[in-house]
Write a new protein. Structure first.
Lengths: 199, 186
């Protein structure tokens, strides 16, 4: 990280994404999930919970099924490391409608902030580029993020954005609650496909 | 004695299964996805089903996505399901062992219908899988039993009807169901 730049606040980033996302489907995971559900409680979201590392793959499946909608993955660095091969799988599938945000804080915040392997030196942008994402970039500054987000949300995917952040105020362990995953699945499916009314 | 199943028979059965799934969804929802293909195969290549995978390369009506791991395949399948797309996971037993936490978290706890075709690589023709000298063959059915995943074995061409049956079963129970491919396909 650039030494003179303060890490961005995850909550602030999420607010900005929410304000500009339009009708995009969002897939938060781990520390992005508690705040996301407070700002976007009833929308087109499904949280990757109970299978850490799966956010990018869940987002990929949604993006392939719903190519006319944007899908935004709100991933974590520790999470992505658990299924790092998904970078190649996403790039291979080449969904034009997928934007993969990586909230990079260098730790497993939820389990007690132990450092991830390699800490903040891991270069996920290089990995995403090497895997074949169409665009991959790193952002350190919140004003720069605000400025670039509209073009990132319109760009042809898959797009990868590494966001240098501090720790979130809440984790899934401290926040608790939330809509159970099966209910989220049912709700999102119903919103996307609109079940016919029964006679 | 078990027999090998021709790849073409499996692919024709998969097409019928996908057509049925799309028709059922169209009856159920107002906005089913409109795609040119019938459905998806999510594959982490399985030696036992390699003739099927080779034949699928030439098949335009079925899209094949090769995944780096079975964890990914399982989770991508969940996303496809939420978005209304029919899919089948094509993996081998070792991949099932590698991805049991995702099977639990996504398909079971998430109550998502996922249908697996699992190749029993190294299964001996003259033995029941549970009597195999290979642990990777021997533990597959007991593992599925432990997780409460209904399963059946394709032991020859006459058994391909189990593919749509277990696909429907996964939908009905909102969870995983599997068929095991007993011998290498031809």
């Amino acid at each position: 990280m650039a030494p003179d730049v303060k890490p961005m606040k995850p909550e602030e980033i999420l607010q900005i994404i929410h304000a500009q996302r339009g009708s995009a489907i969002c897939v938060p995971t781990m520390t992005t999930s508690p705040h996301w559900r407070t700002i976007a409680p009833d929308d087109l979201s499904v949280t990757c919970v109970g299978f850490m590392g799966g956010a990018s793959s869940l987002g990929l499946g949604l993006a392939l099924a719903q190519p006319d909608r944007r899908v935004l993955v709100l991933d974590g660095d520790g999470s992505l490391l658990m299924q790092l091969g998904s970078l190649a799988t996403v790039a291979g599938a080449a969904p034009r409608n997928l934007v993969h945000f990586l909230f990079k804080n260098g730790v497993y915040h939820t389990s007690g902030a132990q450092g991830i392997p390699g800490g903040l030196t891991v270069d996920f942008v290089a990995m995403a580029k090497g895997a074949g994402y169409r665009t991959a970039r790193s952002i350190h500054d919140i004003e720069d993020f605000k400025h670039r987000l509209p073009e990132l949300l319109k760009a042809e995917g898959p797009v990868f954005v590494e966001l240098h952040t501090g720790l979130s105020e809440q984790t899934p362990m401290t926040a608790g609650g939330g809509v159970p995953f099966p209910r989220q699945v049912t709700d999102l499916r119903a919103k996307l496909l609109r079940p016919r009314a029964r006679a | 004695m078990p027999e090998s199943i021709p790849a073409t028979l499996i692919i024709d059965t998969l097409k019928d299964t996908f057509r049925e799934a799309r028709a059922a969804l169209a009856a159920e929802v107002a906005e089913p996805p409109k795609h040119g293909h019938l459905g998806w195969i999510l594959s982490v290549p399985d030696t036992h089903q390699k003739t099927v995978l080779a034949a699928l390369d030439k098949e335009e009506q079925i899209r094949v996505l090769t995944c780096a791991t079975e964890d990914e395949a399982t989770t991508i399948a969940a996303g496809l399901h939420i978005g209304g797309e029919p899919c089948v996971l094509m993996i081998q037993h070792a991949g099932l062992y590698a991805s049991v936490n995702t099977l639990r978290g996504v398909a079971m706890d998430g109550q998502i219908p996922l249908f697996y075709m699992i190749g029993l690589l190294s299964r001996e023709k003259d033995k029941q899988p549970r009597e195999s000298r290979h642990s990777m063959v021997r533990y597959c059915e007991p593992l599925l039993d432990t997780f409460g995943v209904p399963h059946a074995r394709l032991e020859g061409p006459d058994d391909v009807h189990l593919i749509p049956e277990y696909y429907r079963l996964s939908l009905a129970r909102k969870g995983p169901a599997a068929v095991l491919v007993g011998l290498e396909t031809i």
